[in-house]
Design a protein around this ligand. Sequence first.
Ligand SMILES: CC(=O)N[C@H]1[C@@H](OP(=O)(O)OP(=O)(O)OC[C@H]2O[C@@H](n3ccc(=O)[nH]c3=O)[C@H](O)[C@@H]2O)O[C@H](CO)[C@@H](O)[C@@H]1O[C@H](C)C(=O)N[C@@H](C)C(=O)N[C@H](CCC(=O)O)C(=O)O
Ligand SMILES: Nc1ncnc2c1ncn2[C@@H]1O[C@H](COP(=O)(O)OP(=O)(O)OP(=O)(O)O)[C@@H](O)[C@H]1O
Length: 511
Amino acid sequence: MIIGIDEIKTVLAEHRLLAQVIDNGSEKFRAVTFDSRRVSNETLFFCKGNFRPEYLASAKAAGATGYVSEREYEEGSELTAIIVTDIQKAMALIGAAFYGYPQNDLFIVAVTGTKGKTTTAYFTHGIFAETTDDKTALFSTVDRILGPAPEQQFKSDLTTPESLDLFHDMREAVDSGMTHLVMEVSSQAYKRNRVYGLTYDVGIFLNITPDHIGPNEHPTFEDYLLCKEQVLVNSTCCIINAETDHLADVYYAAKTSSQPENVYLFARKGAEIALDVPVDFWYNNDSETLHKSEFDLRAATNKAAKLDQISGHYEVGIAGNYNEGNAVAALIASALDGVDHESAYDKLEAVRVPGRMETVVSDNHGTIYIDYAHNYASVHALLEFLKGQTHAGRVIIVVGSPGNKGESRRAGFGQAISEEADVAVLTTDDPGYEDPMAIAKQIDDHIDHGKVDVIFELDRPTAIKKAIEMSTGDDIVVLAGKGEDPYQKVKGVDTPYPTDVIIAKEVVKGL
Ligand SMILES: CC(=O)N[C@H]1[C@@H](OP(=O)(O)OP(=O)(O)OC[C@H]2O[C@@H](n3ccc(=O)[nH]c3=O)[C@H](O)[C@@H]2O)O[C@H](CO)[C@@H](O)[C@@H]1O[C@H](C)C(=O)N[C@@H](C)C(=O)N[C@H](CCC(=O)O)C(=O)O
Ligand SMILES: Nc1ncnc2c1ncn2[C@@H]1O[C@H](COP(=O)(O)OP(=O)(O)OP(=O)(O)O)[C@@H](O)[C@H]1O
């Protein structure tokens, strides 16, 4: 790939981002990166985030011939300097141009929401994989799928990648024959302008509850909501869960860029809708067990009747009644691309998401559920669902909360535990640079000790062992928050961790 300085200047000027160009003769760039460790000859280097000038010196030594930055650096002397007013926006725009606007060759479904993004992305991907003959890429928190080769399928580091990585991966997907892309879009992606300028064919908004509010994420809930709504503002068609909090705000955001006939609302039958707009699709639970849910979906407006191929009966193979709503969103998205009912039905049943609702069964102790739930809404929904499904004795939960992010989760865990659990084993979950005991105590501060027994055990494998060993056959043991995450993030280092599932299986084997 190659990009010329004139194209860069035009792109930036059109978006009022160009402050100055100090031209040192570089006409073209053959690579773009924000990481000095990935520089090659004729690279355009981006100085962003917690950047240090020595990175630019390293980039220059490695062959960079130009840099983009919000200010001039001595370390970049002799390089062409492109000075911009917003580095993150500039990076997204230049990234799209450098990789030849790969988004134009993809039908893109973007999914956002506090909870259910990954599951909905997997449902949507499952349907499209079937109907496009596996020509659907996936950018999710768990996996990235860029093409058919094994090396094009790998674990993600971020939910929504940095813009240059995003457009690079889209280009690779297109060049590998992909026609569709399903991507999760985090609020942080908008906060950091990783997806600036990108538009989607379909945007899905699932729900919003307080989360990701803290020093490195969003300053306020309002900021979090605003960033999430940007997915709809940048989508041609919008799908909204009409049961979401702040529905009016979310709906008005969708209407800023989509005609009302392109905005679809769905809800569970009987739900009270907080806005006077017709719901396009209603779904109704037929039956649910700990292994699957069955539901019926009906089009309810003239607009929805045009997508009537998805009215019908469905089965999803991931337990948790909230997954029905996630599946409905995926069905509407697929209908907007003309997918027919039969193939959709078959695929939904088979879709699984690693680390969501996994089960380990023990003989004389409780059944163990491992789930990625990691805020108030998801822990509450999970525990309520499990209690409704089993005639359980006690609910024993093993849980921690990450350091340096999502600080509001700590109070949320305390609240959900007080409402739904009997015993809480407070432990470690990605403490970062914080003291895990201090985090555990903050969760404990929000637990009602009249209802819940609390045990502190910071070594997570030992916490899991204690929880399983104390359980009896009627109890439910829930290992929350890590799913199949194979690391504990400690002081900036991804420290290998066997996963909750493997630890639970080992404990059960040794009982
Ligand atoms: C707060 C935030 O979003 N930070 C992201 C941001 O960090 P940053 O720009 O400050 O980059 P940095 O890693 O500190 O390094 C600074 C710069 O120096 C460069 N560098 C560094 C070392 C070197 O030797 N040479 C060099 O050039 C780096 O490549 C980088 O460009 O850009 C980095 C990628 O370049 C991200 O890894 C990093 O995400 C951090 C790890 C993170 O935890 N992000 C979370 C909050 C996040 O984004 N989460 C959302 C999901 C949230 C949800 O569930 O809704 C997500 O989309 O994943
Ligand atoms: N629609 C929903 N409402 C409430 N809880 C949900 C919903 N969908 C899934 N969950 C719960 O949230 C957990 C995480 O689900 P999922 O990974 O799909 O969400 P996510 O939005 O991708 O999460 P994150 O942003 O934390 O990565 C699930 O394991 C489940 O417990």
